[in-house]
Design a protein around this ligand. Structure first.
Ligand SMILES: NC(=O)c1ccc[n+]([C@@H]2O[C@H](COP(=O)([O-])OP(=O)(O)OC[C@H]3O[C@@H](n4cnc5c(N)ncnc54)[C@H](O)[C@@H]3O)[C@@H](O)[C@H]2O)c1
Length: 439
């Protein structure tokens, strides 16, 4: 007779031997179900978890978050975090529960977990990715892949050295409509590309102004673990959940949030997936008053030039994500508000939204799981995620200096060194001091 204990022993033994077999091959077999751990179950993490479960893409073995569960994410009544995620897995799978960790390193210790989905604030991405790669996990890591430029190369090294699959969460790479536009541009449909204009949305949240007062840390929230490598700062709820993207200590504002999407599409359409510009100039930048909790640019405009002469202009506007390619024979643009062209003939063959195009987030996670099984290259590999994040971070360095420098600073960028030429002040912003033990 199989007792509960012997059943558990057998299933643990089976999962250990399956993991050992996988690790001996350095890959999961296409026939096997993938076992996944979700790290960060907030706004985007819960969305991805829901999609993963709905499509039954594999087994969710564990979830991890430093917030046990609370409201106050993107919308005040969104209730996310560790316990809501664990409950969601139980509800959707009918299994009693999956494991729930507050320390992601305990999740990485689990030998039966093949892959992790990292959906935490940007200042954590590189630490978690490198530790996950070293622990033998394949990785889906949200965009922007890096928090600062200097993190990119070590992430690439870790992923390639350990022969792991890494998919950057640039889900537009799995959007058939974006694919159509970028491939059409690359195939010469608008002639020779001369200029690309990308748009990022305005801030969608309001933070406290100068004189804001610290708040007590909620009992369900491990603020120290949330900060991790970031410097110690007084707690305020608008510093953390969802709103971290408006503070340079954890993110880069809409330039890296939405910019990681539209500028990634720009690179894709230009055929410069892993390249970088040779010249960057900040044309305008506006900020909230000194002392505000949100300190990222509220409005900005920058331009850069690539070695092939193409110019890219990125600016804040009402569209959250938009990329427009201008060529010698017309223009094509795509984004969250749809796809248009200078001539309807340029749109011939465009997949229609909703008609078999699917949800890009789901398609992107499915592509990742498929690559975990087949060991094929995913649609947004680590080098691609690094290149599009790098452009946003390099521009942000000049944007942050703009109040001091004013317009007219045309900075030369060395794509090989991944640094500005002769601009020490901007170069200092390409790396960030990190708190022990994460330095
Ligand atoms: N691809 C997309 O379209 C898309 C959309 C939204 C967000 N994102 C990205 O997803 C990431 C998260 O954004 P969000 O809006 O979900 O933020 P969020 O604040 O809503 O969720 C992040 C979660 O991570 C948790 N967390 C923080 N540090 C942790 C740690 N050390 N260990 C475990 N959990 C930890 C937080 O407690 C929180 O629950 C960001 O990098 C963002 O750019 C991507």
């Amino acid at each position: 007779m199989t007792t509960r204990r012997s059943f558990l022993r057998q299933s643990v033994a089976a999962s250990i031997s399956a993991a050992a077999a996988r690790s001996a091959r350095g890959a999961a077999s296409p026939a096997e179900r993938v076992s996944v751990g979700f790290i960060g179950t907030g706004n985007q993490g819960m969305g991805l978890l829901n999609r993963f479960l709905a499509a039954d893409l594999g087994d969710v073995a564990a979830v991890c978050d430093v917030n046990r569960g609370s409201k106050g994410y993107k919308e005040p009544d969104h209730f996310y975090g560790l316990e809501p995620a664990r409950d969601l897995v139980a509800k959707k799978t009918g299994r009693a529960s999956c494991d729930a960790f507050t320390d992601f390193r305990r999740l990485l210790d689990r030998k039966d977990i093949d892959a992790v989905v990292i959906v935490v604030p940007d200042h954590w991405h590189s630490r978690m990715t490198i530790l996950a790669a070293d622990a033998g996990k394949d990785i889906y890591c949200e965009k922007p892949l890096t928090f600062v430029v200097s993190e990119g190369r070590p992430m690439i090294d870790a992923v390639r050295r350990s022969k792991r699959i890494l998919q950057t969460g640039s889900h537009e790479r799995s959007n058939p409509i974006s694919r159509f536009v970028c491939e059409a541009v690359r195939a010469g449909r608008i002639g020779k590309v001369q200029r690309v204009v990308t748009k990022v949305g305005f801030n969608n949240k309001v933070g406290p102004g100068p004189g804001w007062q610290p708040m007590p840390v909620p009992e369900s929230f491990d603020y120290r673990a949330w900060l991790g490598p970031a410097l110690q700062q007084p707690y305020h709820e608008d510093r953390c959940l969802y709103r971290f993207r408006f503070n340079y200590d954890y993110s880069g504002g809409q330039i890296t949030n939405f910019g990681a999407h539209c500028n990634d599409m720009a690179h894709w359409g230009m055929g410069l997936d892993t390249g970088g510009p040779v010249e960057i100039e900040c044309l305008d930048a506006k900020f909230l008053p000194e002392g505000s909790l949100f300190n990222t640019a509220t409005e900005t405009r920058f331009r850069c030039r690539y070695a092939n002469g193409v110019e890219l202009v990125c600016e804040t506007g009402p569209e959250s994500v938009q990329t427009r390619f201008e060529g010698t024979d017309g223009w094509l643009q795509t984004g969250y508000r749809g796809t248009t062209a200078s001539d309807p003939a340029l749109l011939e063959g465009l997949p229609q939204p909703g008609k078999g195009t699917g949800d890009p987030h789901s398609l992107h996670v499915a592509n990742f799981v498929e690559c975990v099984k087949t060991r094929a290259e995913p649609r947004a590999p680590v080098e691609v995620g690094h290149a599009s994040s790098l452009l946003c971070h390099a521009a942000n360095a000049l944007i942050r200096l703009f109040p001091k420098t004013g317009p007219g600073v045309v900075a030369t960028w060395d794509p090989a060194r991944e640094a500005f030429v002769g601009n020490d002040e901007a170069n200092r912003m390409l790396a960030r001091e990190q708190r022990d033990p994460w330095s």
